[in-house]
Structures are given as structure tokens and as C-alpha cells.
Ligand binder design. Structure first.
Ligand code: UDP
Length: 263
């Protein structure tokens, strides 16, 4: 039974009314979708891992001065966040050609791009989130040039930081998607990082093997989706509370040894 007011339900998350004005609860579901909802599955445990990975990444970003909506973790699947007015753009930063840019421009997947590239997609499921230019964004009033400057600066800072963070644990950050929101703070409008950063919204390749550790395992039927997400969490040092996995039997390390020896 859930008596909380549901504010919004997306493909992988639900937002509930928060305990105080100006807050929301972000709940991570196990649902995975791709190709505009045509492909759908439950990946048991994904929501729990994404909650922790996103928390970890947002906290590290906050430490370097990137404003984020994250306040604190509430439980395994939920975090308390600041309520913002979401800017209806998916901001994609790419370091390596993959996915839609590889297809659109005929690039080999895995090619390092000449420099990091920012793209904007208009958040609209009915239109399947079309690629848009700054001209479209400002002409239709989805954002303005000052906000876009701020968004691009923040996106590049996030990228620089995350490239290093992941490289440190043997992962290549190929690309990722982020979203921003507006927040009124003492009569001042601020742009803050919202949504999530997790293997659902990033392409993460093992630096040695190019093994995919992200949602492409689901999109492309590569299998072991949860295992890949767990690997990312493990490498980041998240979810390592040395609790044995369920079903694991304690190993007997000392026993009566008939052959003698011992003490
Ligand atoms: N992405 C996302 N949500 C979307 C679309 C893309 O999180 O609705 C992420 C995706 O996981 C990848 C990056 O944005 O890390 C770039 O995705 P791309 O444009 O290549 O689209 P895709 O190949 O996923 O259709």
C-alpha cells in the first residue's frame, strides 16, 4: 500500500511527493525499456543498484561544486531530492562514437571523437525525443541562451570529472545523458543537475576488453545485465558492505582434522 502522492511515473523511476515542500522522493524501479518502450523487461535488483550508483556519482559531483538535486538516500530504492522545474531537454555528452551518432553520421563504434560533443534532444516520448539544435530550443522557448551556456558548461564539467572517475576504475565513459532543472534560490534562478546518472543513462566500456557495462547489454540482448551493473557498482566501491550474497553458505575454515597437525 502506498499512500504517498505520485507526482510522475517514468520508465525507470517514480517521483512521489516529498516530506517537505520543495522536496520529492525519487524511486528507482527495476523496469528496463528501450526503443521507445517497444522493448520492456524487469531486471530484478537494477533499481537498487542504480539508486546507489546515482547517489555516489551525484555526491562526488556535488563535492566539486556541481549543484545537484540529490539530498540524501532514504532506503534501498529511494532518495530524497529537491523539486525542480525540469528543462525538457536530454543533454547527451559523447567522447566516443556509439549508438545514434555512429548510425546517423556513419562512424565506427569505438572511434574517439575529435572532441567531446554535446547534443540536445527534445524530451517528448510521442516524438521519440528528436535531436534539436540551440536554434530550436531558443525559438520554441524550451530554454534561453543564458541557460544553455550554463547547461553546456556544467555538462562539460560533469563529463571531465566522470571521465576521470570511471577511468580510475578501468572504465571508458563513451557517452551519457543528463537532465537539468530550474530552482528558485533566494530570488535567484539556478540551474541544477537532476534525474540520475547510472548504467541506464551512460555507455560504460571496460578499458581492457571493451566489454559493455551498461544498458546496451539490455538493448542489444547481450545478457548479464544485472551482473554488468553490479560490476560498475563494485568498481566504484558502492554496494561493498561485505554481506554474503543470498544463498551462500558459510565456509568451514577449521574442522576436526583426522590427519592431526594443527595446534
Ligand atoms: N540515453 C538515455 N536516455 C534516452 C536516450 C539516450 O539515457 O532516452 C543515453 C544512452 O544510454 C547513451 C547516450 O544517452 O548513453 C546516447 O544515446 P544515443 O543517442 O546513442 O541513443 P541510443 O543509441 O541509446 O538510442
Amino acid at each position: 500500500m502506498n499512500r504517498r502522492r505520485r507526482i510522475y511515473e517514468g520508465k525507470a523511476k517514480v517521483l512521489y511527493e516529498g516530506p517537505e515542500p520543495g522536496t520529492l522522493i525519487q524511486h528507482f524501479k527495476d523496469d528496463a525499456t528501450a526503443f521507445n518502450n517497444q522493448k520492456h523487461a524487469q531486471i530484478d535488483g537494477k533499481g537498487v543498484i542504480n539508486n546507489r550508483i546515482s547517489e555516489f556519482v551525484f555526491e562526488r559531483l556535488s563535492e566539486i561544486g556541481v549543484p545537484t538535486h540529490f539530498i540524501r538516500r532514504l532506503n534501498m530504492r529511494e532518495q530524497l531530492i529537491r523539486e525542480v522545474e525540469i528543462i525538457p531537454l536530454e543533454v547527451v555528452v559523447r567522447n566516443v562514437a556509439a549508438g545514434s551518432i555512429a548510425e546517423r553520421l556513419g562512424l565506427d563504434e569505438g572511434m574517439t571523437l575529435p572532441r567531446s560533443i554535446i547534443e540536445f534532444y527534445y524530451k517528448n516520448d510521442d516524438l521519440q525525443d528528436p535531436l534539436v539544435s540551440e536554434e530550436h530550443i531558443t525559438a520554441f522557448g524550451w530554454s534561453n541562451p543564458a541557460e544553455l551556456d550554463e547547461i553546456m558548461q556544467l555538462a562539460l564539467r560533469v563529463n571531465d570529472f566522470l571521465v576521470g572517475l570511471f577511468l580510475g576504475v578501468g572504465i571508458r565513459l563513451v557517452d551519457f545523458k543528463i537532465e537539468f532543472g530550474r530552482l528558485w534560490d533566494n530570488e535567484q534562478l539556478r540551474i541544477i543537475l537532476a534525474d540520475e546518472i547510472s548504467p541506464d543513462s551512460c555507455r560504460l566500456w571496460d578499458i581492457e576488453t571493451d566489454n559493455k557495462l551498461d544498458k546496451d547489454r539490455f538493448r542489444r540482448d547481450l545478457g548479464d545485465v544485472l551482473e554488468a551493473y553490479q560490476e560498475v557498482a563494485r568498481r566504484l566501491g558502492v554496494l561493498n558492505e561485505s554481506r554474503p550474497p543470498q544463498g551462500m553458505v558459510p565456509v568451514l575454515v577449521a574442522s576436526n582434522n583426522p590427519s592431526g597437525g594443527g595446534e
